[in-house]
Design a protein around this ligand. Structure first.
Ligand code: HEM
Length: 500
C-alpha cells in the first residue's frame, strides 16, 4: 500500500470547495482529473482528554470525540479502569477478527443488553449455536435469486417516493433524510410483508420506530463506552414503552401472516420465505416470538442504514453535478419505456459506484464491536480476554495510509488499482466474514435503484449555507438534517411497470 497524502484537513471539515484543479465545464469524463470539492467531515478532537471528558464528548458524538491520528493509525488502544479497547485499522487484524476467527470474537454482552428491549434474542445480538440456527433460516431469504422476487416491490417504493416528492420539487429547500427514511421503511414493509408503509399497522410501527430512535439514538454504540460490564443499562421508560409498542405491532403482522400461511394464501415475500424455511439441521422453523425478534432487526438494521446511505448519496450528487448528470443519463437510458426488469440493475454502473463511494465516506454503521474471548497478541501488544475490539468503517474507509485521496468523493476510484485493493481489504460498510450483513445484496440493489429513480425524476441541488455535519447516532446522520433543492426533470416516460 502506498501512503496517501494527508489532505485538506481544514477545508474538509466544512466541505469547503478547493478550486485547486481546473474545473471541467465541458462533457464530464470520469477518467479526467476533476475539481476537488471535499465532502464534509467532522472536526477531530484536539489533544489528550481525561476519561470523563472523553465520556462526555463520546455521548455528544462519537466521531468528533476521536483524535485525528486514528485516520493514520494501524491500531489504537484505549485503556480504562474496567477494560481495554483496541480499534483495529490494520487490514490484517480486521481480516483476523471478522473473517479468519469470527467465533473467537463474538458480539459483546454490552450490545446485547443495550438492544434487548427491542430486539429480544434477534440474530443481530445472538451468539454461538442460536446465532448459527438463525442464520441458516435467514440467509436463504436474501440469496441473490430471491432479490429478483422482491425487485418489483422496491420499484413500487421508488415510484411512490417520486410521487411524494413531486409537489415539493419547486426549488425550495427540502430536508431529504426524512424522505429517504420514509422510502427505506416503505421498501422493508413492501418486501417483507407486501404492504406499503401507509398500511395502518405499518405506519404505526414507523412512527413508533422514530420515537424509539429519539429515545435511544446510540444504542448500538453504547458498548463502546468505557463502563464496566456490571454497570446497569438504564432503559428509560420511554425506550421500554416504544420497544413494547413496536413489538406489539410486529406481532400483529406476524400472527396475521402465520394465518395466511396456514391457509396457503400468503404472498411470495421475505416474511413468507423466512417463516416457512426450516433450519436444515434441526428441521425447526421460527416460532412467532422468534420471528418478532428477527422482524424487529430487519426494520431497525434495514431501514436506518439504507436511509442514511441514500441521503448522503443524494447530497454528494447535489455537490457533484457532473456525477449527477452521469447517473441521470444512465437511468434515462437503462429504464425502458414500458417495463423495468431486474436485469436493468446491472446497467446502473455509475449509480452503484456512487452509492458505494457514498458508503465509503459515510458508512451507515460507523463502528461496531466484538469481544476478545482468549488471550491475543495484536501488533505486538497483549490483548486480554474481555477486551473490546472495535472495527471502525469510519476510520478504515478514510485511512490515509490505505486510500489515495481518502477525503475526496470519487466514485471512479474503484476502477483504479488502489481502489480495487482497498475494496478488498479496507472497505467494510456491511462488515465481512461469517457475520456479514445478510441484507448487503438487498441494500446494493435498493440503494442504486432508488438513487437512479430519484435522480432521473429530479435534479438535486445543494442549499447555500447548509453544509451537513456528519454525526454518529444509530447510523451516520447529519447533525441538522440534509437540505436539498429539487427541480423536476422531464417525467414523460415515468409510468413504467416493474417485472422480475
Ligand atoms: C445500506 C444498508 C445496510 C448497511 C450499511 C448495513 C450494515 C450492516 C453491518 C455493518 C452489520 C454488522 C454489524 C455488527 O456486526 O455489529 C449488519 C448486520 C446485519 N444487517 Fe445490515 N446493513 C444494511 C442493510 C440491511 C438490510 C436491508 C437488512 C435486512 C432487511 C439488514 C439486516 C442485517 C442483519 C439481520 C444483521 C445481523 C447479522 C448477524 O449478526 O449475523 N441490513 N448490517
Amino acid at each position: 500500500m502506498t501512503r496517501g497524502p494527508v489532505l485538506h484537513s481544514i477545508a474538509g471539515l466544512f466541505g469547503l470547495e478547493r478550486p485547486k484543479r481546473k474545473r471541467a465545464t465541458h462533457v464530464f469524463d470520469i477518467n479526467e482529473p476533476q475539481p476537488i470539492r471535499l465532502p464534509p467531515k467532522p472536526a477531530s478532537r484536539v489533544g489528550k482528554v481525561s476519561l470523563w471528558a472523553y465520556f462526555k464528548l463520546f455521548k455528544k458524538d462519537i466521531l468528533s470525540a476521536q483524535p485525528a491520528r486514528l485516520y493514520r493509525a494501524w491500531m489504537a488502544e484505549l485503556r480504562t479502569p474496567f477494560f481495554n479497547s483496541y480499534m483495529c485499522n490494520d487490514p490484517d487484524l480486521v481480516n483476523l477478527v471478522l473473517k479468519e476467527r469470527p467465533m473467537d470474537f463474538p458480539k459483546s454482552e454490552r450490545i446485547r443488553t443495550g438492544l434487548k428491549p427491542l430486539l429480544g434474542e434477534s440474530i443481530f445480538i445472538s451468539n454461538g449455536a442460536l446465532w448459527e440456527h438463525q442464520r441458516r433460516i435467514i440467509d436463504p431469504a436474501f440469496e441473490g435469486g430471491r432479490l429478483r422476487t422482491v425487485f418489483p416491490a422496491m420499484w413500487d417504493s421508488g415510484m411512490a417516493v417520486v410521487e411524494r416528492l413531486q409537489p415539493l420539487a419547486d426549488g425550495s429547500p427540502i430536508e431529504i433524510e426524512s424522505h429517504t427514511s420514509h422510502v427505506a421503511m416503505d421498501v422493508i414493509f413492501r418486501t417483507l410483508f407486501s404492504v406499503p408503509v401507509e398500511n395502518e399497522i405499518a405506519s404505526a410501527a414507523f412512527s413508533a420506530f422514530r420515537e424509539h430512535q429519539q429515545a435511544q439514538p446510540v444504542a448500538n454504540l453504547l458498548s463502546l463506552l468505557p463502563l464496566p460490564k456490571w454497570f446497569p443499562h438504564f432503559h428509560s421508560r420511554r425506550t421500554r414503552r416504544t420497544a413494547a409498542t413496536i413489538r406489539g405491532l410486529i406481532a400483529q403482522l406476524t400472527e396475521a401472516r402465520a394465518q395466511e400461511i396456514a391457509a396457503s394464501k400468503a404472498p411470495d415475500d421475505l416474511a413468507n420465505k423466512i417463516m416457512t424455511t426450516p433450519d436444515p439441521q434441526t428441521g425447526k422453523c421460527f416460532d412467532t416470538e422468534e420471528m418478532i425478534d428477527q422482524v424487529a432487526i430487519f426494520f431497525l438494521a434495514g431501514h436506518e442504514t439504507s436511509a442514511a446511505a441514500l441521503a448522503w448519496a443524494l447530497y454528494l450528487l447535489a455537490t457533484h453535478p457532473d456525477w449527477q448528470e452521469l447517473v441521470a443519463a444512465e437511468a434515462q437510458k437503462s429504464f425502458e419505456p414500458e417495463k423495468i426488469y431486474f436485469s436493468t440493475m446491472s446497467k446502473l454502473r455509475h449509480s452503484r459506484a456512487v452509492f458505494r463511494e457514498a458508503m465509503r465516506l459515510y458508512p451507515p454503521v460507523p463502528m461496531f464491536v466484538r469481544e476478545a474471548t482468549c488471550p491475543e497478541r495484536f501488533r505486538g501488544r497483549d490483548v486480554a480476554p474481555g477486551a473490546q475490539v472495535i472495527l471502525s468503517p469510519w476510520h478504515l474507509h478514510r485511512h490515509e495510509r490505505l486510500w489515495e485521496r481518502p477525503d475526496e468523493f470519487d466514485p471512479a476510484r474503484f476502477e483504479t488499482p488502489n481502489g480495487k485493493e482497498c475494496l478488498r481489504n479496507a472497505y467494510i460498510p456491511f462488515s465481512a466474514g461469517a457475520r456479514v450483513c445478510p441484507g448487503s445484496a438487498f441494500a446494493m440493489a435498493e440503494g442504486p435503484l432508488l438513487l437512479s429513480m430519484l435522480v432521473r425524476a429530479f435534479r438535486f441541488e445543494a442549499v447555500e449555507g447548509k453544509v451537513p455535519i456528519p454525526e454518529a447516532h444509530l447510523t451516520v446522520r447529519a447533525r441538522d438534517g440534509i437540505y436539498l433543492r429539487l427541480i423536476p426533470r422531464d417525467l414523460d416516460a415515468f409510468s413504467n411497470k416493474a417485472e422480475q
